[in-house]
Unconditional design. Structure first.
Length: 359
């Protein structure tokens, strides 16, 4: 990697894809768009480093697995993959994205979920659900949830239920990531540049996302290998990979950027999942370096001697030289890539670093 006079790495053009080189449909190909997730890296970045540092049959470990991008890409390359995440919803996402699906059972599930069914008696809604959903939308979501019990792939349909719930919330269309207050009347929408109304139903989303999810898992089925995928739900300060690791590829949370539980609050509520907010790393700066170092130290202990630890991070606070040293890792290469931002109202250049380290 070329190094500039100031000692900073130059931007690596091969990893700084433009919109034309890497359009959204490629960044969100097959299972990577099963459910929105703020803070994931593009699959093509994972693929580039998995190809560079791992060979088929070897084990890749991602201690901050998130929505499972590393696991999906590793599996497609024939690598064994294991990941850990604190969030029960993220683990569900990663499992569903990497699972095998039998085409006939999938078709039967879609038919069952699309058939008109008897309306179940209204379930008791939590204060959160009553606040964030119109009564009709909530009834439709709860009816769908009841039908999931009769399917072959309940995990997949639980993710679809969550995706539909996200779209059917009483949230402004231009503030879907972290809506603060429900909207109950008309409002000027900055996304659609017109007056919009809050959503009153969920069935149209459920129908659309059932079909979309079935197509997406079938499409990934064409590149999916039989290599094992393990998803471990837990605190990665305390969880070990399931064997000697050849490559660690991960992107840790960063202080004050994204609340990984809150972004899926509706899913935790509807699916009855347990939240572990206080154990989330990156909720504050205090303790952050020690926590990430503890995770990487544990990963280093499981690493084979010639293995690498590759960390993707926008280290705006300059914390990672210290973190890697505290984890007993030596920085081998520091790569900078420009991230092409197309979504949301965020604008301007944004850079991501890829830190390649060894024991
Ligand atoms: C930057 S995201 C990873 C995104 C992932 N690379 C992807 O493409 O989906 C960081 C993840 O770390 C998880 N996390 C935060 N604290 C954790 C902890 N103590 N143990 C395990 N995972 C944790 C968050 O839930 C979040 O999913």
């Amino acid at each position: 990697m070329t190094t500039q006079a100031a000692g900073l790495p130059a931007v690596d053009p091969a990893l700084s894809w433009s919109e034309a080189e890497l359009p959204e449909r490629e960044r969100t190909k097959h299972v990577h768009r099963l459910h929105p997730y703020l803070g994931k890296f593009v699959p093509q970045l994972a693929e580039a480093f998995l190809r560079r540092y791992a060979r088929p049959g070897q084990l890749v470990w991602d201690p901050f697995a998130g929505s499972g991008t590393t696991l999906v890409e590793a599996n497609a390359l024939g690598l064994r993959a294991a990941g850990c995440d604190l969030s029960a919803f993220n683990c569900l996402l990663a499992e569903v994205k990497t699972a095998p699906y039998e085409p006939h059972a999938l078709v039967a599930d879609v038919a069952w979920l699309s058939a008109p069914g008897a309306q179940p008696p209204p379930a008791i809604a939590s204060p959160y659900l009553s606040r964030w959903f119109a009564p009709a939308a909530l009834a439709e979501l709860q009816a769908f949830r009841a039908r999931i019990a009769g399917t072959a792939y309940p995990g997949l349909w639980r993710v679809v239920l969550s995706r539909a719930a996200r779209s059917a919330r009483l949230a402004r269309h231009d503030d879907l990531d972290f809506p603060r207050e429900p909207v109950r009347g008309e409002y000027f929408c900055h996304k659609h540049r017109r007056v919009c109304r809050p959503v009153g139903e969920a069935n149209k989303f459920l129908r659309r996302y059932v079909r979309d999810a079935a197509c997406r898992v079938r499409e990934f089925g064409e590149s999916r290998s039989d290599a094992a995928v393990t998803v471990l739900e837990g605190d990665s300060r305390e969880v070990d990979p399931p064997g000697p690791v050849d490559l660690v590829f991960t992107s840790p949370p960063y202080p004050g950027l994204i609340d990984y539980h809150e972004q899926h609050a509706y899913a935790f509520e509807l699916l009855g999942l347990e939240r572990r907010d206080p154990d989330e790393i990156g909720r504050g700066v205090r303790g952050y370096c020690e926590d990430v170092a503890a995770v990487l130290r544990r990963a280093r202990r499981a690493l084979r001697r010639d293995g690498r630890v590759v960390v993707v991070v926008n280290d705006s606070r300059g914390l990672y030289d210290g973190i890697l040293a505290a984890a007993g890792l030596r920085l081998e290469e520091r790569i900078l890539r420009e991230v092409n931002r197309r979504t949301g109202r965020r604008a301007g250049a944004y850079y991501e670093e890829i830190l390649v380290a060894r024991p």
